[in-house]
Write a protein that binds this ligand. Structure first.
Ligand SMILES: [Zn+2]
Length: 133
């Protein structure tokens, strides 16, 4: 049971981390976090589901957009993995209790705030954006 909870927490963390990359990229640019769907900011091509799998797609695409070969920042898989590690750590410490959900929500808000702060900083330094998740 414990292994199932930890595995589910890790997968859930990867999915939430993927969403947090969208939040971190779009909020500083005052863009909607809902529409349009995930796309490459360089060529605007919508990402297929298989190009939008947390961490795995970044590795399989060799850090480049499938369509235009624009670089995809390491920030995306790093935030996805960090969120997964935090979720697994909280699940290991708290266990499958209702307060785990509260802890995951609080952790997500903290990670989102950090992602927005870093997204705003990279915008100010005018670094070229990577493919957005
Ligand atoms: Zn592209």
């Amino acid at each position: 049971m414990r292994a199932v909870v930890l595995a589910f927490s890790g997968l859930f963390g990867l999915a939430i981390g993927s969403f947090l990359t969208v939040v971190g990229y779009r909020i500083p640019r005052r863009e909607s976090i809902v529409r349009p769907g995930s796309h490459c900011p360089s060529c605007n091509r919508a990402l297929a589901w298989y190009d939008n799998i947390p961490v795995a797609s970044w590795i399989l695409l060799r850090r480049r957009c499938r369509s235009c070969s624009a670089a995809i920042s390491v920030r995306y898989p790093a935030l996805e993995m960090a969120t997964a590690f935090v979720f697994v750590g909280l699940a290991a410490a708290i266990g499958p209790r209702p307060r785990l959900l509260v802890a995951l929500v609080v952790a997500s808000l903290v990670l989102a705030a950090g992602a927005v702060a870093l997204g705003g900083r990279s915008r100010q330094s005018s670094l070229p954006p990577g493919c957005e998740r």
